[in-house]
Design a protein around this ligand. Structure first.
Ligand code: BGC
Length: 559
């Protein structure tokens, strides 16, 4: 099945674990209720203190920071008004330099979110571009005359609801925005705009950042002639955006040329990574083209197979199978369960009939993510079993980009999955010490039980399970780079798969239920398995292959 890396050196972005930080709610060091860079610096030791045998670190290898640039925060940083500066909310450029240095000291790489499909409408480029039809930057965004009846130029929609076109009085023209009207899309056909962005990319690489996550990297390209998108016959998705074939406003061939150009810049520097959010109508097949014809586009392409799967072994395995089959030769998969745009997995999956055991689900999900072939990306708080805060009162909602859209049914607000990190059981879950300030979003009320401090002390906590799995990956070549092979072809209640290299074999057994009998389709040696990680078996013990599993058992065994 999948490609063994064979003689390729192991790259940090292939074997490491990436951890996504949502800076607004990770740690607030200055007590104003909003997270900041100094806060992140304070918690670096928790993420990785540089000691491989640490008793208090999670042990991750890289952080990806959701946007930290200057921004009016209509889309909470995904609307940049100055690419060269750090948002006042988070600190200063100097704070960022300290964060970079302190991270590197601990062996943590730093990945920035690069939001270049659009800028904020408050970016000086857009302010200039929108001032007249003949200024030097007039063509830096997508401007079109009204249709003959004065209406929008074509049928392109905004992903956040309604038309994608907004009228501008000064120019008497419309501009296009894939997202909120405050996020105008950059016109990548304009070479000056492109040069300005490329220069900015070099600025951050020169500073020493280890790579980027390209935001919305499949919607950069737009048809020069602004042709109408065909409507999908009979489609009735609640978000109207999905009822069109996005032939002309998304994923055009030039999109790939552009990512290749960005990759060329990345490759001028040593050891950097280019990750991208492929955002392709949820179609895994299409997303693989983001690796490029000669592996010359993204190093890692984010697709949504786990977020879109139900909590059901067969479905999850089918997604992994597909990805194994279609990931191009020499390319490397990546997986995630959660991010800042979707409900957390323990909230998504808790509804199902077998979900009487949230800890069991959390452990099984952690095991899949950290033992499948590919780079795992964790979202802050996932490692302690955080769930969505579903009780945020409307007046406290911060996700204005979606709420403010005018028409149609929209993706649900994303705030539930963005609440403050739960560090301990003190005020504001230790996120912010400011007694009289309210945290940016309300802390989930389960924080007295679900928090880092408490879980570090409990040997059987989900946090310690994550720590053990991460350590097992570090210490076992098969888990880092080995091939993936399933031992059950149509799994119903159990997953059983191996990861193997020439030198090592690791077997992963996961029970999704109370069903005990383990039936494996393929022959596999029965004796002498060493327990690497398990929620029911003693670590390091040598055992025979179990004929039956305990309810919700997760065991990772090595030959
Ligand atoms: C980000 C979202 C953001 C959107 C617009 C994405 O896909 O992940 O959080 O709202 O791009 O920038």
């Amino acid at each position: 099945m999948g490609q063994d890396l064979k003689s390729n050196a192991e790259q940090w972005w292939q074997t490491g674990v990436i951890y996504q930080i949502y800076p607004l709610t990770f740690v607030d060091a200055n007590g104003d209720g909003v997270g900041d860079l100094q806060g992140i610096i304070k918690k670096l030791d928790y993420l990785n203190d540089g000691n491989p045998n640490s008793e208090t670190s999670l042990g991750i290898d890289a952080i990806w920071l959701s946007p930290i640039n200057q921004s009016p925060m209509i889309d909470n940083g995904y609307d940049v008004s100055d690419y060269y500066d750090i948002s006042d909310t988070f600190g200063t450029l100097e704070d960022f330099e300290i964060l970079l240095e302190e991270s590197h000291k601990r062996g943590i790489k730093v990945i920035l979110d690069l939001v270049i499909n659009h800028t904020s409408n408050q970016h000086s480029w857009f302010v200039e571009s929108s001032s007249s039809q003949d200024n030097p930057k007039s063509d830096w965004y997508h401007w079109q005359d009204p249709a003959p009846d004065g209406g929008v130029p074509n049928n392109w929609l905004s992903y956040f609801g309604g038309t994608g076109w907004t009228f501008n009085e000064a120019r008497k023209q419309y501009y296009f925005h894939t997202f909120n009207k405050n996020q105008p899309d950059i016109n990548w056909h304009n070479t000056e705009a492109k040069t300005a962005i490329f220069q900015m990319i070099r600025f951050w690489l020169d500073k020493g950042v280890d790579g980027f996550r390209l935001d919305a990297s499949s919607v950069y390209s737009k048809d020069k002639y602004y042709r109408y998108n065909p409507v999908k016959f009979g489609a009735t998705d609640k978000n109207n955006y999905h009822n069109q074939h996005h032939l002309y406003d998304k994923n055009l061939p030039e999109n790939h040329q552009l990512i290749q150009e960005i990759r060329n810049i990345i490759d001028e520097y040593e050891d950097r990574v280019l990750i991208g959010e492929t955002f392709i109508d949820n179609r895994l097949y299409d997303s693989t083209i983001f690796y490029g014809i000669n592996n010359d586009e993204l190093h890692l392409a984010f697709t949504f197979e786990f977020p879109l799967s139900p909590w059901y072994p067969g479905y999850l395995q089918r997604e992994i199978d597909k990805k194994e089959l279609i990931t191009p030769k020499g390319a490397w998969p990546t997986y995630f369960l959660d991010n800042h745009d979707i409900p957390r997995h323990l909230s998504r999956w808790i509804e199902c009939s077998l979900c009487t055991n949230p800890l069991g689900i959390a452990q099984a999900a952690a095991a899949i993510l950290l033992t499948v072939r590919g780079t795992p990306v964790l979202y802050y708080g996932q490692e302690i079993g955080m769930v969505d805060n579903e009780d945020i009162p409307p007046e406290k909602i911060q996700d204005k980009a979606i709420v403010k859209s005018e028409t149609g049914e929209l993706p649900p607000p994303r705030d539930g999955a963005r609440t403050p990190m739960q560090w301990n059981d003190s005020i504001n879950a230790g996120f912010s010490f400011g007694k009289d300030v309210e945290p940016w979003l309300p802390v989930h009320q389960n924080y007295p039980e679900v928090n880092v401090e408490r879980e570090l002390k409990e040997p059987d906590s989900i946090l310690n399970f994550y720590r053990q799995l991460i350590k097992a990956r570090k210490n076992n070549e098969a888990l880092r780079i080995g091939n993936w092979r399933t031992l059950i072809h149509y799994p119903y209640e159990h997953l059983a798969y191996v990861r193997e290299t020439k030198a090592e074999r690791v077997l992963i057994l996961i029970n999704f239920s109370y069903e005990k009998d383990l039936t494996i389709d393929e022959h596999i040696s029965k004796d002498n398995w060493q327990v690497l990680v398990s929620n029911v078996r003693e670590t390091d013990k040598i055992i025979n292959l179990p004929a039956s599993l305990e309810a919700f058992e997760v065991s990772v065994l090595r030959k």
